[in-house]
Design a protein around this ligand. Structure first.
Ligand SMILES: [Fe+2]
Ligand SMILES: [Fe+2]
Length: 197
């Protein structure tokens, strides 16, 4: 079955390649860390991203969505550059930008769920819910590593992410059940970008 939904097709391609960029970035990030516990945590997050990429590929195969060669190349390079830069930009910035990125990624999977619903497809809800929540866990982990840093206030002001300042409306302590989770991220950038295309 082909998906008659350009915004969903685009979002699947973006998420698929984006997961690779994230996984690459976390390889460098984990290597740059000295604290063994943080190393293990970031390696686990890397493994989560590879799993997400596999899940998204499964959806793409199922609906005949081609992998975007352009996004694959572009995000490969971005991932590698970030990975390498983790060794030279200190401890704070890799955690900060990882957290900001994860904060944006949370909505990808809830918007994706909503797009599937618009086609009457609900069978992927559990997987999409799981992935969206996992991205939120990643965001919360990264935030926890740096929220007390003296650099946080200035970075939060410039880049609009930090304590109490997420790019999504998911609250892990008070999470919506799966059945209601398509209500998350209403009016999100991913959704606005897809409109009219
Ligand atoms: Fe992911
Ligand atoms: Fe993530």
């Amino acid at each position: 079955m082909k998906l008659d939904h350009p915004a969903l097709v685009k979002l699947l391609q973006k998420a698929y390649s984006g997961e690779k960029a994230a996984a690459f970035a976390y390889i460098g990030h984990a290597r740059s860390l000295r604290d063994p516990a943080a190393k293990v945590a970031v390696r686990q997050i890397e493994a989560d991203e590879w799993k997400h990429r596999e899940n998204v590929l499964g959806l793409m195969r199922r609906y005949d969505v081609p992998v975007s060669r352009w996004l694959e190349v572009k995000l490969h390079i971005i991932g590698r550059v970030i990975s390498a830069s983790c060794h030279v930009i200190g401890r704070f910035m890799p955690f900060f930008f990882a957290g900001k990125l994860e904060s944006g990624n949370v909505c990808e999977y809830f918007v994706m769920m909503r797009h599937f619903h618009s086609l009457g497809i609900r069978e992927h809800d559990a997987m999409l819910y799981e992935m969206g929540m996992k991205e939120k866990e990643h965001e919360v982990y990264f935030l926890g590593q740096i929220k007390a840093s003296r650099l946080m206030p200035i970075f939060q002001r410039i880049f609009s992410w930090g304590p109490g300042n997420a790019a999504n409306d998911v609250d892990l302590e008070n999470r919506q059940p799966m059945e209601d989770s398509a209500g998350y991220c209403k009016g999100d950038k991913e959704e606005r970008d897809g409109k009219g295309k």
